[in-house]
Each structure stands twice: as structure tokens, then as C-alpha cells.
Ligand binder design. Structure first.
Ligand code: NAD
Ligand code: LMR
Length: 329
């Protein structure tokens, strides 16, 4: 039996990530092969024409699951009835910038969009913030949506999670599918902490397969600074891998995580592992297809505890900056 179409809103639909994302959403890669989708694109007025071009191409693919496309420059229209929102539209950083440098350029986008979600989205709306600095922007959006549970606003740490798995697979010669229980603590910044403490590779503890020096000197900085390395190499911010991670995030959230594994998502902290309440923070999480649950009770090493504490301080500083700029109270 065919399911009722759901509304998927994508902001920044005419941008680079948007172009890599929309076709996969319409193909069923995000919500499954039996879930029709109505795509609602939000763009700024000068980019509406480009969004129309992308819509023409989407139609030309004749995706059986694509139930319709709307394009708007008004968040109140684009988020009307929204079940899944992917907040991508924002400026990407350029060479030499840190993601936090985008706060003043992008922070102002997410308050009004949060309000539009609050006022117009469906009751079951779930939101993933991709636009940088993603974690802080998720907090801004959630703060403008008092009627939507804060847990429904996530920030994307899945790209960092996927990058960490890929690096470990390459090092150990294992298949990515054989790597379980990776976690990237923190926010999507160079201070994040990719942690293999609980990782299994083909059922064996990863910590016995790689040495401390490789972890500290190669693995952690390579994953944490991968975004800058991509900008340096491509001359543009990651797009297809970011879109792939957004698809993975929403797929896990909507369809559930497999038994015996978890993933990383940035969700609001309620103080788990000492992370200050209210930060949008990368934790190990499982999903039952409806909501995330933070994996609790893990025994953290002193090193992991220190890294979490350090990163949380930096993430809190971003929130303080947003407040000092008047973007959020
Ligand atoms: P891009 O410049 O190619 O596209 C951004 C699009 O957003 C443009 O089409 C622009 O017109 C649109 N836009 C700007 N303001 C908007 C608004 N208020 N409403 C709707 N649309 C708006 O950039 P991109 O490469 O697609 O990257 C988008 C964002 O994603 C950047 O902030 C980038 O840093 C971030 N990003 C995050 C991750 C992550 O892991 N969280 C990974 C990669 C990129
Ligand atoms: C990434 O991690 O690739 C993106 O967040 C882009 C960036 O600025 O690093």
C-alpha cells in the first residue's frame, strides 16, 4: 500500500549541497523506497530561478516517489506542513576561516526559520541543521520555536562520524560496514573529539588494532580538520559528502539504527557526560525510528572526559557570542 506523502523542506535548495541532496531525497534514499515525498524548496529571492532549474531536473528524473515540488522565498510557505526540515541554506566558509567565523553571517538566518517552523510545520516535524556553525545554529532555531520540543532540532555530526569510520577502515583494512560504535563527541568544529574507545572492527576492539600515536597525531586531527582540507583541495566546501551525511542522519532518525550499533548526532544536552545543558552536542545515539536516545553509562577515559570538557567550553563560547551579537536572548 502506498504511504501518504510527507513534506520535506530543504533550505538553500539551489546551493551546492542542495544539488547533491535533493535527487537522493526524491529517489527514496532518505526515507525509504516506499515513502513518497513532496519537496519544498526555500531559497533567497535572487536564487529562485536556479531553484526552478533544479526542480525541472528533478521532474525530468521521473522519480516514482516524488509527489510534488514547491519553491518559495518565504519561510512561512516553505515550512508549511513540514515533516522533515533540512536547514542547509547559509554561507560556506572560505580558505583560512573557522566555522565559528560564520556566526555573524549565518546566525541571523536560523531565528526566523525556527519561528516559521514553530508557526507552520507539522506536529511531528524533525529538523536537521547543516548550515554552519551547525550546532550553534540549531540552538538558535530551537530557541525561536518554543512550541516544538528542542529534541526535534538536531545539528549534523554525521559527516564527522562517517569521516572517522572511513579513516579507521583505511588504517585497519576493514570494510566500513564492519566498523561499529564510532562516536564523535562535541560540535562540528576543529575541537571535536572523534573517539574509537568503544569501536569494534570486525567484532574486535579497535583500540587493540591502532596505536595511541596514530590516534593522536593522525586520526583525530585528520577527521577534525577534514572540512578545511576539502576546501583547500576543491576550492569549495564539501558538498556531496555533506549531502550523503544528511541523508544518513535522517534515514537513521526516521527508520531506526541497527541492533548492536549506534551513530553520532548532535542533540540537545540534558547534562549527559557532563556536557552543559542546552548545547547541541555530538553524542552516541540510537533511534527507534521516532526519537533519538543518547547512549548512557559508557565509561569514559580521562582523555575523553578532558576532550569533552574542552570542546563543551568552546561550544558554549559560540553561544555566548551569539547572545552578545543579539542574535539570541
Ligand atoms: P552554497 O553557497 O553552495 O549554497 C548555499 C545556498 O543557501 C545558496 O543557494 C544561497 O542562496 C542559500 N541561502 C542563503 N541564505 C538563505 C536563506 N536565508 N534561506 C534560504 N536559502 C539561503 O553553500 P553549500 O556548499 O551548499 O553549504 C551550505 C552550508 O552548509 C554552509 O554553511 C556550509 O558551511 C555548511 N556545511 C555544513 C556541513 C556540516 O557537516 N554540518 C558540511 C558541509 C557544509
Ligand atoms: C565540512 O566539514 O566539510 C563543512 O563543515 C565545511 C567546512 O567549513 O568545514
Amino acid at each position: 500500500m502506498t504511504k501518504t506523502p510527507v513534506n520535506v523542506t530543504v533550505t538553500g535548495a539551489a546551493g551546492n549541497i542542495g544539488y547533491a541532496l535533493l535527487f537522493r531525497i526524491a529517489s527514496g534514499a532518505m526515507l525509504g523506497p516506499d515513502q513518497p515525498v513532496r519537496i519544498k524548496m526555500l531559497e533567497i529571492t535572487p536564487a529562485l530561478k536556479a531553484a526552478e532549474g533544479t526542480a525541472m531536473e528533478l521532474n525530468d528524473c521521473a522519480f516514482p516517489l516524488l509527489a510534488g515540488i514547491d519553491i518559495s522565498d518565504d519561510p512561512n510557505v516553505a515550512f508549511d506542513g513540514c515533516n522533515f526540515g533540512l536547514l542547509v541554506g547559509a554561507m560556506p566558509r572560505k580558505k583560512g576561516m573557522e566555522r565559528a567565523d560564520l556566526i555573524s553571517a549565518n546566525g541571523g538566518i536560523f531565528g526566523p526559520q525556527g519561528k516559521a517552523i514553530n508557526d507552520h510545520a507539522a506536529d511531528d516535524v524533525r529538523v536537521l541543521v547543516v548550515g554552519n556553525p551547525a550546532n550553534t545554529n540549531a540552538v538558535i532555531a530551537a530557541a525561536s520555536a518554543p512550541d516544538v520540543p528542542a529534541e526535534r532540532f538536531n545539528a549534523m555530526m554525521r559527516l564527522d562520524h562517517n569521516r572517522a569510520i572511513s579513516q579507521l577502515a583505511e588504517k585497519t583494512g576493514a570494510k566500513v560496514a564492519d566498523i561499529k560504535k564510532m562516536v564523535v563527541w562535541g560540535n562540528h568544529s576543529a575541537d571535536q573529539y572523534p573517539d574509537i574507545s568503544f569501536c569494534e572492527v570486525e567484532g574486535k576492539a579497535a583500540s587493540g588494532l591502532v596505536d595511541e600515536a596514530w590516534l593522536d597525531e593522525y586520526f583525530v586531527p585528520t577527521v577534525a580538520k577534514r572540512g578545511a582540507a576539502i576546501i583547500e583541495a576543491r576550492g569549495a566546501s564539501s558538498a556531496a559528502s555533506a549531502a550523503g551525511a544528511a541523508i544518513d542522519h535522517m534515514h537513521s532518525w526516521a527508520l531506526g539504527t541497527p541492533e548492536g550499533d549506534w551513530t553520532t548526532a548532535a542533540v540537545p544536552s540534558r547534562g549527559e557526560y557532563g556536557v552543559p545543558e542546552g548545547l547541541s552536542y555530538g553524542f552516541p545515539v540510537t533511534s527507534d525510528g521516532k526519537e533519538w536516545k543518547i547512549v548512557e553509562g559508557l565509561e569514559l577515559s580521562d582523555k575523553t572526559k578532558k576532550q569533552i570538557e574542552f570542546n563543551a567550553k568552546k561550544a558554549q563560547e559560540e553561544i555566548d557570542t551569539v547572545k552578545s551579537l543579539g542574535i539570541m536572548k
